[in-house]
Structure formats: structure tokens, C-alpha cells
Ligand binder design. Structure first.
Ligand code: SF4
Length: 320
């Protein structure tokens, strides 16, 4: 991954705003809790064992918690990012590289106190930040855990498909938001991720993230300490979608208000989505478009980075 040249660097009736689980009209708070944490608004009672689209139980499930060196340089730095991989996901991307933990639930269950201890242990290994990967289905418990700051920046690393109400629950607890903007094309979002309202939802969510954090900020080592870094993975054969996402970014954020990370690492997984990797000419076309739009804050990945071995082992590392 390289720095871009010349750059520095339905109705809800009641909401229990503390834990993000809401009760719906006509259903008593003490008898039934309905999960509305994300835009799916499944309304299932996860505390009673029901599961919604994400398949997540009520209590967070963590598949791995360890140093991670494959994020953008301003996140991984020299000592790595403290990545906490949660199991379960509210998007259904057919090409997901973390399918092993996104489409099935595996790992260790932790309550808020357990998460807090995990964050402290990870911090003590010397990592630059606590990087919460796909924590959306557990935002309520994570927010509770973060009532005590881990003392290093906290990164919210998600697919961008978030509810504003849930993000507001995290306000002041998240230093850096690292959302995807996967699609500007809702038909494509439906076909590949089962999210027909993706673009408008992610647009509003990312703007809320930027409102919370303010402009991008860095420490003396160039590590991001605040702000929003938007990721976009270019999908082979869907260049118009990528160009529309880039146009959205250029229109929504001016230099320094947010950064963009353009990613080339699409890898077929045999479960759907394009069945080949990105071609050199496709990559050049999209990255040229980025420059043409004047986007100058962020990163452009090297095409050679599309290697499957960058996927970490979800083997319970860090959870012993
Ligand atoms: S977090 Fe899971 S159960 Fe809750 S609304 Fe989203 S997909 Fe449904």
C-alpha cells in the first residue's frame, strides 16, 4: 500500500439509548427486547436466543485479538494495530474474505468487562490502537466496554452499513472511523451484499462519523489519532460503481475532512461475486479517475497486494 504521491501524509417507538436494543410499541421492556442495532432492523430478541440477519448472539463473540500489520500505514504504523475480530456481520457480501467468521459464529464470548480486559491486554503489547473489526452487531456491549478508555486510539472498522442512532451511542468513544463505502449502486449492493439501501445508509453514516470526529489528525509518528478513513474495494468488472463512489467522496469531503483508501485486493472466494482478480488496466482506469477528481488525501493500494495470505488465522489468537 502506498501513499498517494504529493500528499501528506421504521419505526422505532422507544429507544433504550444506553444499549441500543429497543423495545417496540406494545411490547413491554421487561418481556421482549428487539434488536434494532443496525439498518436491518430485524427486531429479534437476541437476549432470548433469537438471531437476525447477522447471526450474532447477544454477547460479543471474538475470533481473534492480535497485532495486525496489514491496515493502512497510518493505522498499522511500526508496532501494528490491535485488531479485535468480531464474529457475525450485518452485511452479506458474497465475496467476503472473512467468511469463516462473518457467515458463521466462532470464537470466545465476552461481556463488557471481558472486552475491557481484552483491550487492556492488547494495548499492553504495544500496538498503536484498538481496532474493532465488524463490531456493529455488538455495538451496545462495545459502547459499555469503552466507558473506560483503553488509553490508546480506538478504531471502528466496519462495512459502513450503520444506523445513525447506533453511531451516536458510540460518540466520544471512537477516535477513528474506518468504514467501507462499497457501493454507489444499490442494485449491485443488493446482488452482492443483500443490502438494497446501502448507498444512502452508508452515506449518512459516514457523514455522521465525520461529524463526530472532525478532521483527520495524526501523532508525531504519522499514526491517525482522529478522523475518518473511507475504504473502497474495486470490484472487477464494476468500474462504474467505483467511479461513482469516488465522485461521492470528492463531493462529500474536502482535503483533510476525511481520507480515502482505494483497495485492489479483491480475491474470488468461490461463493459468488466476480470470479477473477482485478486487471491492471481496470486498476489504472479507476486510480486515474481518483487523481482526475482531485482526491489527494489517502492511499492507493498496490495491485500486487491481492494476496490471500493477508487474511489472518481466526484461531482464537489472543483469547487464551
Ligand atoms: S445487529 Fe444483527 S440482529 Fe440486530 S438488526 Fe442488525 S442484523 Fe439484525
Amino acid at each position: 500500500m502506498s501513499i498517494i504521491p504529493n500528499l501528506t501524509s421504521r419505526s422505532l417507538v422507544f429507544t433504550d439509548s444506553h444499549n441500543g436494543i429497543v423495545k417496540t410499541e406494545g411490547i413491554g421492556y421487561n418481556t421482549s427486547m428487539k434488536c434494532m442495532l443496525c439498518p436491518r432492523l430485524c427486531g429479534v430478541d437476541r437476549k432470548a436466543g433469537e438471531t437476525g440477519f447477522c447471526a450474532a448472539p447477544a454477547q460479543p463473540v471474538v475470533a481473534r485479538a492480535a497485532r495486525h500489520d496489514w491496515e493502512e500505514p497510518c493505522i498499522s504504523g511500526s508496532r501494528g494495530s490491535g485488531a479485535v475480530f468480531f464474529s457475525g456481520c450485518n452485511l452479506g457480501c458474497v465475496y467476503c474474505q472473512n467468511r469463516e467468521i462473518s457467515r458463521s459464529i466462532r470464537g470466545k464470548r465476552l461481556d463488557a468487562a471481558g472486552l475491557r480486559e481484552l483491550f487492556a491486554r492488547l494495548r499492553d503489547t504495544g500496538v498503536h490502537n484498538i481496532n474493532l473489526v465488524t463490531a456493529t452487531p455488538y455495538a451496545d456491549v462495545v459502547a459499555e466496554a469503552l466507558e473506560v478508555s483503553p488509553g490508546i486510539p480506538v478504531v471502528w472498522n466496519s462495512g459502513g452499513y450503520e444506523r445513525l442512532e447506533t453511531l451516536r451511542m458510540l460518540e466520544g468513544k471512537i477516535d477513528v472511523y474506518l468504514p467501507d463505502m462499497k457501493y454507489a449502486d444499490d442494485a449491485l449492493a443488493m446482488a452482492l451484499s443483500g443490502a438494497p439501501d446501502y448507498f444512502g445508509t452508508a452515506d449518512a453514516a459516514i457523514r455522521e462519523m465525520a461529524r463526530q470526529t472532525g478532521p483527520c489528525r495524526f501523532d508525531g509518528e504519522g499514526l491517525m489519532t482522529g478522523g475518518v478513513l473511507v475504504r473502497h474495494l474495486v470490484l472487477p468488472g464494476f468500474l462504474a460503481n467505483s467511479k461513482d463512489v469516488l465522485e461521492w467522496f470528492a463531493d462529500a469531503f474536502h482535503k483533510g475532512e476525511a481520507m480515502l483508501s482505494l483497495m485492489a485486493q479483491y480475491t474470488p472466494n468461490g461463493y459468488g461475486g466476480p470470479e477473477r482478480r482485478l486487471r491492471e488496466e481496470e486498476w489504472r482506469e479507476v486510480s486515474d479517475y481518483l487523481y482526475m477528481l482531485g482526491i489527494r488525501s489517502g492511499y492507493v493500494q498496490e495491485l500486487s497486494s491481492a494476496e490471500a495470505e493477508y487474511i489472518p488465522a481466526f484461531d482464537g489468537t489472543g483469547l487464551e
